[in-house]
Design a protein around this ligand. Sequence first.
Ligand code: GLN
Length: 308
Amino acid sequence: MTDYSNTIQQHLDRIAKHARDLFGNGHVADYIPALAKVDPNQFGIAVCDLQGNVYQAGDTTTAFSIQSISKLFTLIQALQIYDEELWQRIGREPSGQRFNSLMQLEVEQGIPRNPFINAGALAVCDRLESRCSAPNYQLLELLRELSQNPHLLVNTTVARSELEHGSRNAAMSYLMKSYHNFDNPVEKVLESYAHHCAIEMNCIDLARAALLLCNKGKTLAGREILTQTQSKRVNALLATCGLYDAAGDFAYRVGLPGKSGVGGGIVAIYPGHYSICVWSPELNDAGNSLIGTYALEALTDALGLSVY
Ligand code: GLN
């Protein structure tokens, strides 16, 4: 294995400095009004390795709304409970459509394409609601353990704002219900989903939380969260579906499995080596962090990291 530790910090410092020159080229998510209030001129990047080291540059201790990055962790929860049975309700193919599109859901008779688009994550939340006594609390507890940050919280203002403007998510859920692919009351699942998206974490928290996917499903403390096969499969889903209709471009430019959120965060996995979280609120047209994608591309190019 190549030892990158001497140079990694220099690259992060250089990338964080350059990132600030790129502010002003994207747009902050505004379809959830509470997210439109976030200061766009922020950038942070954190890298964790399997020795427990954390490298970081920029605004890495500022907490942000994890939004769709929560879909990675609800999938992990659902796999712990259902394993392969989960795929009776949710597909595993890239969608090639925007994260909140309804089109395929009608064509494919209420089976969402994958767990990382909104429809798929709502179906995952429905599955969790069926088997967990307190799905929201259990997700928060899992994230607190994985991030080693017991202070993580949900921003209830953001959750409420999403619920008040979540007609598309409601439409998807009712459509799935009409096809008998949704067992629980829609309003209950929507509330749960909005709370997941409104959890706030910083770059270090998220890089730490994702490290199990670099470590064949285990935490650094040795607790098995996923089996090594499940961990392999989650990374494959991240690579093919984690960036929605920009999954191909992200693979081409960054070369790693990843998951984005409209809060401007992106988590990327280099299995066996590093978990990375980058955050900058301005988004590109696909709803992914514009400068975050640039930063990951610059880092993987500089260090020669790729799963391909
Ligand atoms: N909460 C957002 C929504 O449901 C999450 C979308 C995202 O981060 N891509 O629209």
